[in-house]
Ligand binder design. Structure first.
Ligand SMILES: Cc1ncc(COP(=O)(O)O)c(C=O)c1O
Length: 285
């Protein structure tokens, strides 16, 4: 079925949505994005995504072309017109087109706002049951990973490198420590049950799911340590997992060919996934 997408004020067929070749998102990757999960036709944790969108735009001096309330209304309309029950909504704001190519930020351009839906099976994903295999690879990304920009070639290369090796994803390493996954935050659970994940800084994306999970972990009396960890520490861990808006929590059962824990999804990852989904479903709007 052809989707209805949103482009600059219009709800139109996906094949009819056209953006200028001078759009700076296309020429420079000068654009930011967000992905919000949809369960039962409702938006999950969307407020956090909207707040991060605003921050990404403000870091890059891109003026949001609509209020957050208007954007949320567009998201809801897209869910409705596409009859989306489960999946995600992709949202992108680029600085827009100045009708030519110059590096400096142009004045008086109208940002381009694009949204589209993606139907996906989120709750019954096979990866949640079986777990994922990952490899580690050097983190070659830029130094402002806290801004959610569409400049994603480095993560695409890392992901493809993993797929070429018949595994599911890559964990990125900088100065000997894991930063995060190619499109998710990374965690391990030590043999004495401590949940470890890298602290927030410009080195990683400040995951909306990460924030929710750390709160849930504390409520569930799971000890949390926000500190960098190495691949060697991860190989020895009892559990490993990743989080993101559309995966929620996916266990990691193998890293660099080494089995993690029992080789099956661990109890902490499974528990956090279950309580996150329960709460997210309840609070979805
Ligand atoms: C590099 C990176 N880290 C972490 C995340 C997880 O963030 P969130 O939970 O907000 O989806 C993503 C999601 O796209 C990501 O691309």
């Amino acid at each position: 079925m052809e989707r209805i997408v949103y482009l600059d004020g219009e709800f139109i067929k996906e094949t009819e949505a056209k953006v200028s070749i001078f759009d700076r998102g296309f020429l420079f990757g000068d654009a930011v994005y967000e992905v919000t999960a949809v369960i039962n036709g409702k938006l999950v944790d969307n407020e956090g995504h909207m707040i991060r969108l605003q921050r990404s735009c403000s870091e890059l001096q891109i003026a949001l072309p609509a209020t957050l309330e208007q954007i949320t209304a567009i998201q809801k309309k897209l869910i409705e017109v596409n009859q989306l029950n489960e999946g995600g909504i992709y949202l992108q704001v680029s600085r827009g087109s100045a009708g030519d190519r110059d590096f400096g930020y142009p004045e008086n351009v109208t940002p381009t706002l694009v949204l589209f839906t993606q139907a996906r099976n989120l709750l019954n994903s096979p990866k949640a049951v079986k777990g994922m295999k990952v490899i580690t690879t050097e983190d070659i990304r830029w130094k402002r990973r806290d801004i959610k920009t569409v400049g994603l070639l480095a993560p695409c290369m890392a992901k493809q490198g993993a797929l070429d090796k018949q595994v599911d994803d890559a964990w990125l390493i900088e100065d000997g420590y894991i930063t995060e996954g190619s499109s998710n935050n990374a965690y391990i659970v030590t043999n004495d049950g401590v949940l470890i994940t890298r602290p927030l800084s410009n080195d990683i994306l400040h995951g909306i799911t990460r924030k929710a999970l750390l709160e849930l972990a504390e409520q569930a009396q799971i000890q949390v340590e926000e500190r960098p960890f190495t691949a060697e520490e991860a190989y020895q861990a009892d559990e490993a997992f990743v989080s993101s808006a559309t995966t929620f929590v996916w266990p990691v059962v193998e890293i660099d060919g080494k089995t993690i824990g029992t080789g099956k999804p661990g109890s902490v990852a499974t528990k956090l996934r279950d309580i996150y989904i329960e709460l997210a479903t309840q609070n979805a709007e």
